[in-house]
Structure formats: C-alpha cells, structure tokens
Design a protein around this ligand. Structure first.
Ligand SMILES: *Cc1c(COP(=O)(O)O)cnc(C)c1O
Length: 365
C-alpha cells in the first residue's frame, strides 16, 4: 500500500495467526483472555477487540475502567476484566457490566460499598494475588480476613501475574511464583470450602510454562506478534507497521547543524531528510542522536539530532531518495518493532503502546 502521511497499518490476518498459534500451545478447554489495554498495545482497541470477539476469545482485559466503558459503548459483549480499578470507578463498572480485579482491602471496601448502594448481593469480579512481582495483589497472609469478606459473593476467578516468564535464566523465580500461587489457591479453597477457577500465564508464560495454564490464560504482546524470544519469530507475526514519508530534503554543508540545540553537526556535506513524526507520536528522544534507525527501501538511515515533538531528521547522504518516499519504522517482515526498540534500549511493549492516537490507522483485512 502506498501511503501519503504517517500511518499505522493494522493487519487483522496476523492477529488471527497469532491467536491460532497461542491457542495451539494450550488445551482446547482452557479459556483465552485477550489483553487489549492501552489502546490494544497502541493499535486500535475497538477494531482489535471486535475482531477478537468475533474470533471467539472468551474474555478481554483492560487496565483502566474507561477503557472498558469505551468497549461497551462500542458494543463489545464478552466479559471484560478491569485489571486496575480505582476507588471512584465502581458505579461505572457495575453500570457497564465490567469485572473488576480486586487487589487490596481498600479497593474491596469500595467495591462492597458500591454493591450495597445498588442493592446487589452478587456481582462477577476477580481477586488478584501478589506472588512475587510486588506490584498489585493480596498476599497469602491476607487469606483469613479476605475469605470472610468475600464469602457472601465468591470471585469468578483468582489470578496472579508472573514477573519474568520470558527469562529462562530466572526459571527458579517463576517456579517460586507458581508454587506460591498454588499454595494460595489451596488455602483459599480450604477457607471457602469450594473449588476456585484461576489463571496465571501471560504470553511468555503460555510459551514457556504452559503446564500451568489452569482455567484461562491472558495474552497481550503475543497477539500483537511478539514472543519475547527470537525462536517464536516464525510463528508470531507483528500486527502493526509504522510508516511515514519524507516531507523535505535539505543538502547541508560540512559544519552545519541539524535540529534543536544543534544536536547533530555534519562533518562533511550531507543530505538530511525530515520526517513528519516526533516524540509526541511515540518516537521518544531516546531514539535521537544516531540511536534509532529507519528503513528506506533496503537501506538503513540513522536518526540525527534531537527528536522534535512532531518531526525528526534522518541522514540520507548515502541513500538515493526523494521527497514523498516511504520510510519504515517497523513492519511485519523486514524490520520488527523489537529490532527498532532495541536500538534505544527499550522493548516492543513500550514502543508500540506509545504510538500516539493522532496517527492515522489503516486496517488491512
Ligand atoms: C499486561 C498484562 C498481561 C499481558 O501480558 P503480555 O506479556 O503482554 O502477554 C497479562 N496480565 C496482566 C496482569 C497484565 O497487566
């Protein structure tokens, strides 16, 4: 496809490929929760969630309540887990049939209060346990008190989150988390005298520890095409491509500088191309000053000088090109978001989820 402005392409075919691959790694009865937080990792939550609903995923997960409300407004019907609800959210959560993750006694009290106000005695929700990530969740020592409070309205699932499932050098740490989760589950089931459904694995958990899939798995980055390991490159296909065009070309003399604060000074006569994308679009300043590289045809060009808010400049002295030519930041075949992000010491998650919403999205069926 030939583009005329900065464009994010969303390939739904690749999304289906990734879902099929991830499902092939688990049992057919295990439920699948697709994580669509942060605008579906920078793609387009509505388009991607609709497609995932049609492809038959069982659940969606968002980080914040408004993300779930937006999906309900758009007509998404399947259950939606809100991973990180805040104290004022519960009215809207109930109004929109969202499932809150309850991760602390403080948040539990706001949830119970909201149910009382609505005269509800039962409502679906999930309980999050902290097994070592030390981010959100109850601890094993909370179980006595917690079981008293949740007995009248049992959770649909309990879950926890792995902190290093992509890193096989940290296998011991992951195994410790798994053991802790199983022991928490046993203790809580004992207290409540009922079996509980549970889930633990994120994408790398599915790929590396699939025997602990329990009743459901949660995948985000894998659906968008990244497995945190080169060995999955042939199975997972990036859903997003980010492309732009050259706005203008300047021939500059040796000694001239480029960009704010003279971030780059040319040692020899040079050719500089300006691109209509900047740090407000998700290409942060860490990519400036020759860290980041982009693809023109089959040649790589370095980003020179400081990345501006809405533009950045690349050195095309050695590359035959003209204004209007296409430039690739990352795509699904020759240059991945993982490779681009690595050059500035970050990861695909950060790069794709930061692509600003002002950039045009084009959905490719
Ligand atoms: C973001 C998130 C996920 C998705 O993780 P991936 O590595 O993208 O698959 C799963 N669970 C929780 C709790 C998360 O916050």
């Amino acid at each position: 496809m030939s583009i005329k402005e900065t464009t994010v392409e969303i390939k739904l075919k690749n999304l289906k490929n990734n879902l099929d691959y991830l499902k092939s790694q688990i049992n057919s009865q295990t439920k699948f929760m697709a994580v669509v937080k942060a605008f579906s990792y920078g793609s387009d939550s509505r388009v991607v969630s609709k497609e995932l609903e049609q492809l038959g995923v069982n659940y969606l997960a968002v980080a914040y309540t408004q993300e779930g409300v937006d999906l309900r407004k758009f007509g998404i019907k399947i259950p939606i887990l809100v991973l990180h609800p805040q104290e004022n959210d519960f009215k809207e959560i109930i109004l929109n049939q969202l499932e809150p993750s309850i991760y602390s006694f403080r948040i539990l009290s706001f949830f119970i209060e909201a149910l009382k106000n609505k005269n509800k005695t039962s409502y679906p929700y999930q309980i999050k346990f902290n097994t070592g990530l030390n981010r959100l969740g109850f601890l094993k020592k909370d179980i006595d008190k917690l079981s008293q409070l949740i007995k009248p309205n049992l959770p649909k699932y309990i879950f926890s989150h792995l902190g290093a499932s992509e890193d096989l050098d940290e296998k011991k740490y992951t195994e410790k988390q798994i053991k802790e989760f199983i022991s928490i589950d046993k203790a809580l089931e004992n207290k409540l005298t009922t079996p509980l459904k549970k889930h633990l694995l994120n994408t790398s958990g599915i790929l590396n520890f699939s025997e602990y899939q329990f009743d459901m798995v949660r995948s985000g980055i894998g659906l968008y095409g990244f497995g945190n390991d080169i060995k999955y490159e042939n199975n997972l296909k990036p859903v997003l491509s980010l492309k732009t065009i050259i706005s203008q070309i300047h021939e500059i003399k040796a000694g001239s500088s480029v960009g704010y604060n003279k971030g780059f000074t040319a040692k020899a006569n040079s050719v500089i191309a300006t691109l209509p994308i900047g740090h407000a679009d998700g290409i942060g300043r860490q990519y400036g000053n020759k860290k980041g590289e982009v693809l023109l045809g089959d040649k790589m060009a370095k980003i020179v000088g400081n990345v501006c808010m809405d533009m950045l400049m690349i050195d095309v002295t050695e590359i035959k090109c003209k204004e209007g030519d296409e430039v690739v930041f990352f795509d699904d075949n020759s240059y991945s978001a993982e490779e681009f992000s690595k050059k500035a010491n970050t990861i695909s998650y950060e790069l794709i989820s930061s692509i600003s919403r002002r950039i045009k999205r084009v959905v490719i069926k």
